[in-house]
Design a protein around this ligand. Structure first.
Ligand SMILES: [Zn+2]
Ligand SMILES: [Zn+2]
Length: 427
């Protein structure tokens, strides 16, 4: 069997892994880069009007035989680990007849992102997989493992082929709301793993003040005791975080004010988990119909009406503001500022720091303190070490990391297979 990591051996983002057996080929993930050649944030607008040839030439898109729309299909299937763009963001360039295997939650979130124009990836041929249930693609037998990650319904894959066992972790952690999945992998570790393709996002990164998603819930509950209006900046697709905020609101008797976009996402995921907060759960959740393009899209396709029973108006927001936690968005914060209702408010910044410079000037202008309450979606070094110690893989292949050269020291192991992007390895 052959392995090629098209991108990811020396960077975080743009993940794409290929496995070739005697007669089958599969890809795992097909993501958009997060950084450019100078390790500056990758500008996804850059690819919008670019031809495929230029994208291949500049190294954004991979030239993989049998994958292209105009090519004879030569890839049996693509496995997607989770709905983050750095794992699926280039799928619009593939032949749409190639089947994509993914979790139900991953499928739903990519479809929603497509609906709102956040991705050009229009999933055509999908097969939703059941966690821990084996399926076959050509020579490959695959078992998807549900893992704890900030991306919803994220999977790792155990792949068996030609007598070898490979485990691809995807992005994962041990300190989220589904940490039990990580604990279970330590208690009942996978056996006889020949190759562990291991993510290492946190290598070279700071752990931060709050270690777990439970810490986040506690910190928010404590903050919300104050008699102020709170804004909270977080990703609508980070469901663990939405749950933490909702729980903190409940514990401190506050109402979480969502936008229709977030309410729509939660509504679409309700069948996958009964624990996801819903618009009709009562007094701790309200929906503000922020008049932006997303809300208009939902009004146009008649989905907005559904949330009417949970609607909160501007006047009601102003009347009850010190009992609210408003999910931050451009319009709401600006209108409240214009109405002079923002003085004394606090903003909790609960997402990746990279977006902070965009919003910082606004909050500083109004002297609103920015309180950072965030935890990583990725495993800490200690979590990775425990994981490797439990599994005892014969080889570790670094992936999704800027520091593959640190792996031997971190894992006290000489079994690290250091490879380069696009290098063909015989397994
Ligand atoms: Zn990733
Ligand atoms: Zn991810």
């Amino acid at each position: 069997m052959k392995l090629v990591i098209h991108r990811g051996t020396h960077e975080i983002g743009g993940t794409c892994i290929e496995l070739q057996s005697h007669s089958s080929r599969i890809l795992i993930d097909f993501g958009l880069p997060l950084v450019d050649e100078n390790r500056e944030p990758f500008d996804s607008n850059r690819i919008k009007n670019e031809s495929k040839e230029v994208l291949i030439k500049t190294g954004v898109l991979h030239s993989i035989k049998g994958l292209d729309k105009d090519d004879q299909p030569g890839i049996n299937a693509i496995l997607l680990s989770h709905p983050h763009q750095d794992h699926y963001g280039l799928l619009s360039y593939i032949n749409p007849t190639i089947p994509i295997y993914l979790s139900e939650g991953c499928k739903k979130l990519i479809e929603i992102s497509y609906f709102f124009g956040q991705t050009s990836c229009d999933l055509k041929s999908t097969k939703a997989v059941k966690t821990w249930k084996k399926f076959k693609i050509g020579d490959f037998a695959i078992i998807p493992y549900l893992v704890d990650h900030s991306g919803f319904d994220a999977l790792a894959f155990l792949i068996k082929c030609e007598g070898k066992r490979i485990f691809y972790t995807g992005d994962f952690r041990g300190h989220g709301r589904k940490s039990i999945l990580y604990e279970n992998l330590l208690k009942r570790p996978l056996k006889d793993i020949d190759y562990l393709i291991l993510e290492g996002s946190m290598i070279g990164r700071d752990k931060g003040k709050y270690k777990t998603e439970q810490d986040i819930e506690k910190a928010l509950t404590k903050q919300f005791q104050a008699n102020n209006l709170f804004f909270i900046a977080c990703s609508s697709q980070n469901i663990d975080r939405i749950v933490s905020i909702y729980k903190a609101c409940k514990e401190s008797d506050r109402t979480f004010v969502l936008d229709p976009y977030t309410a729509y996402i939660l509504d679409h995921l309700k069948k996958i988990s009964l624990n996801i907060p819903q618009y009709n759960w009562g007094k701790n959740i309200k929906i503000f119909f922020a008049p932006n393009s997303y809300t208009k899209k939902l009004a146009d396709n008649k989905s907005l009406y559904k949330f009417k029973s949970a609607k909160i108006t501007y006047d009601e927001i102003i009347e009850t503001k010190n009992n609210l936690v408003i999910k931050d968005n451009y319009l709401t914060r600006n209108v409240l500022a214009k109405k002079k209702e923002i003085a004394g408010a606090k903003i909790i910044y609960s997402m990746w720091e990279g977006y902070l410079p965009d919003v910082k000037p606004f909050w500083e202008k109004y002297n609103i303190p920015i309180i950072k309450v965030h935890t990583s979606g990725h495993a800490y070094i200690e979590e990775l070490q425990k994981f490797v110690k439990a599994i005892k893989p014969k080889n570790i292949i670094p992936n999704h990391t800027f520091y593959p050269e640190n792996f031997p020291k971190i894992f006290q192991s000489n079994k690290i297979t250091q490879i380069k992007d696009r290098q063909i390895i015989n397994l």
